[in-house]
Design a protein around this ligand. Sequence first.
Ligand code: NAP
Length: 431
Amino acid sequence: MGRERLLHHATRRLLLLLPRSRGFSSSAGAAASSREPLHVCVVGSGPAGFYTADKMLKGHEEAQVDIIDRLPTPFGLVRSGVAPDHPETKIVVNQFSRVAANGRCSFYGNVTVGSDVSVSELQKIYDVVVLAYGAESDRSLGIPGEDLRGIHSAREFVWWYNGHPDMCNLAPDLQSTDSAVVLGQGNVALDVARILLRCTSELAATDIADYAFDALRGNTIRKVYLVGRRGPVQAACTAKELREILGLKNVRVCIKEADLVTSTADEEEIRNSRIQRRVYELLSKAATAHKGNISNDQKELHFVFFRRPIRFLPAEDGSTVDVVQLEKTCLKDGVAGKQVAVGTGEFEDLKCGLVLKSIGYKSLPVEGLPFDNYRGVVPNLKGRVLSSESENGTVESGLYVVGWLKRGPTGIVATNLHCAEETVCILLRFL
Ligand code: NAP
């Protein structure tokens, strides 16, 4: 069956089957007593969507929850975002499968909100609509050359090696260069750097997409540069993930000791945050550690601090990236927790044939839905959707939001549990 017919079929099924005992004319958000069925639609089947469904089913004994997703398969970020060498993080799908097996829960794949069905149509046929469709786009740097071949967002690369249907044809060129630059130093940056550097014999044991495994097995990349615009104290990754990449087999870690010098504000940040302290300690230790048994096929991981990308320059063919031009930075303001990177006017070139931009995910707006373009979230008050971010924003009846679409692209899978709790708690209070 062609994709169009499949979509059409799924949407028709959704619209015909879901209202069950309710008519299309009832108003969204109408009060439902504990004995009346409460029809809930959760848009998006990632962690935020499934935790919301779970909390709804437990919190309202008559709740009938339909989870819809634009993909034919459930689990969103757990399926397409979590790295294949982190199987322990994916175990949560067992819990989500138990939620899906609940007789009051259904999953409808291949239904795209915005094109197959609108938010207002959903509001007409459900008592409550909870938006949980996450962040499926990327922040951009907005610098010259960003469209050159060989430059991808980390999200695209992650979706590629995880077999996401939108990116299975990405075909990043991993065989024409020995150097890759990853821009950003958060946990996603560490994920993509680790997948590039990890021995393929270790990757073989994971659920990485077969085509990605084949491409990585033949890859020629020997050096990966992780570039941060601020210093080691401000690196956005967490200690566990940093320890893992620092301990990769057959990888030499390179950190300039001069970058580890701290200011008074840095010292205060280290005192105030256990995570920052652990990250800084690990980087300091790695800067001086020498791994024995250097072999010919050893790879290199370079942590580059105090550098921001200014432009990308093409190779002779005019279309493939060859150089990332970086500007040296220093930290301004000197107030702990608020130090920002400013350019010093000194520039340097970093040669590479692959760039992965890992500077944050971004949610996308859907027609008819209030959206804060600056923050990339749906304006909300603890999960209740507001018509606008301004003080005059009114509450949209029966419409809620959860996950990255509610609070921005931060936090681990479990963060969505607390986020869903907050949204469902307020939802049940306002029924
Ligand atoms: P992130 O943690 O927000 O890191 C973004 C990085 O990009 C930061 O280093 C940031 O630097 C940098 N950046 C942003 N704008 C930039 C610009 N214009 N120029 C240069 N650099 C820029 O985002 P993420 O890595 O995408 O991760 C998203 C969330 O998922 C995080 O909460 C993360 O912990 C979580 N996650 C967790 C795991 C795990 O637990 N294993 C795995 C993957 C993701 P500044 O700090 O200077 O802004």
